[in-house]
Design a protein. Structure first.
Length: 94
């Protein structure tokens, strides 16, 4: 059978995961939507390549650790009503 792409190696998966776990976001909210979209595309590529799914709770933790301090406090206060990644993402961008 013909393969279009070379299979990813474990090292490639690890490198991709490192980039996902330590994203580079702007220090202010300006530019966050673009940076977040880039990161989400990286996550999708990793999930397809690794044939795994990154959990919502891990995605939320990465966001919480990288948002500007004032937004982090807002997220902390809203923790009970932000049950998943999508709601956390929407709270950051609204």
């Amino acid at each position: 059978m013909f393969q279009r792409h070379e299979p990813a190696t474990g090292g490639q998966h690890l490198s991709m995961m490192s980039k996902i776990m330590e994203p580079v976001f702007p220090s202010s909210i300006d530019g966050w939507e673009e940076a977040l979209t880039t990161r989400e595309n990286d996550v999708r590529r990793w999930e397809i390549s690794a044939e795994e799914t990154l959990s919502s709770s891990i995605k939320r933790a990465i966001l919480n650790n990288n948002v500007p301090k004032d937004i982090r406090m807002h997220l902390k206060l809203q923790e009970g009503v932000l049950p998943n990644y999508e709601s956390t993402r929407n709270a950051i961008l609204s």
